[in-house]
Design a protein around this ligand. Structure first.
Ligand SMILES: [Fe+2]
Ligand SMILES: [Fe+2]
Length: 301
């Protein structure tokens, strides 16, 4: 079987931020706006993002996964540029998006991202805005969930909720009997040291993952390179996080990077190799490292 290449990038936090209208400058957005103008705009640049995306496109991945935080304050004026950017990344059948907390920053526009990018988030059988969704591409089953909810100021927690978890179980249960490579897409990591940034019902999601299994979990939100392992029915499951796709290195945050997963089936077992490409110290985009992610669980099924 020819290898399938899945690219993963996250958290572009698309610059620049449009000017705030006066009535939008209140509450959480006011804090976010000050944070952006004082700090973030220096570290998230369109030039970095464009260079990273064109390097990724040159690798000709079969599919691209984007795990949220496309925008910053979920201002009405941010959604059209974000949609135009998505279209420049690829057509909606080649690109799958799940939203992040910044895409649902405040209550007033919390559903705007899913509406604006619905063709990039819809399931195969149920186009439109609904989470979780299932998309099949080659030997892959891409399962997207939304952990994006508005939160109080200074909080960036995520939440799936009971109805989404129940619907997720209805997707995962039949998939467990198929020979497919299951990829779970979620903005928040399944484990976090920060109470202010965690997925609050992570334990419920981990229980489903442990019962039914997936082969790979991809997330954003932390803006760092990350590999965690979680219990699955047949062994440990890798969960991979990636830096912001528009970031210059700053503080503990590395420069922008993306991952390529080369997935194939060999002798009755799944093989998955991760290639990390990103910006090096000389501001060039290079391969940073490559690693095989083939835990015991991938030998089953
Ligand atoms: Fe983010
Ligand atoms: Fe986030």
């Amino acid at each position: 079987m020819a290898a399938f290449t899945l690219a993963h990038l996250s958290d572009p936090h698309l610059p620049p931020l449009p000017a705030l209208r006066l009535r939008e400058f209140a509450g959480k957005r006011a804090l976010g706006y000050l944070n952006w103008t004082r700090n973030r705009h220096r570290f998230h640049t369109r030039g970095v993002l464009d260079a990273l995306v064109s390097d990724m496109q040159a690798q000709r991945p079969d599919h691209i996964a984007i795990t949220g935080d496309l925008v910053n304050l979920a201002l009405e004026a941010e959604f059209a540029p974000a949609q135009a950017w998505l279209e420049s990344v690829g057509a909606s059948d080649r690109v799958t998006v799940v939203p992040g907390n910044h895409d649902a920053y405040v209550r007033a526009t919390r559903h705007r991202s899913a509406e604006a990018w619905s063709s990039y988030s819809g399931g195969d059988d149920a186009p439109g805005v609904a989470f979780p969704f299932l998309r099949r591409r080659g030997a892959l089953a891409l399962i997207g969930v939304s952990s994006a909810v508005p939160t109080p100021p200074l909080m960036a927690t995520g939440w799936l909720g009971r109805s989404q978890l129940e619907a997720l179980e209805r997707i995962l249960a039949p998939l467990a009997t198929e020979q497919v490579f299951r990829v779970l897409l979620i903005h928040h990591p399944l484990r976090s040291r920060s109470r202010a940034k965690r997925l609050t019902d992570a334990s419920d999601l981990l229980a489903l993952v442990k019962q039914y299994g997936v082969e790979l979990i991809l997330h954003g939100h932390d803006h760092v390179h990350s590999t965690m392992w979680f219990d699955g029915p047949g062994g440990a499951i890798p969960a991979i996080g990636v830096p912001s796709a528009s970031a210059l290195a700053h503080g503990r945050y590395p420069a922008a990077a993306y991952n390529l997963f080369s997935i194939s089936r060999d002798g009755g077992a799944w093989q998955c190799e991760q290639t990390v490409r990103g910006i090096d110290d000389a501001q060039r985009i290079v391969q940073l490292w490559r690693v095989r992610l083939s835990p015991p669980g991938m030998n089953a099924g």
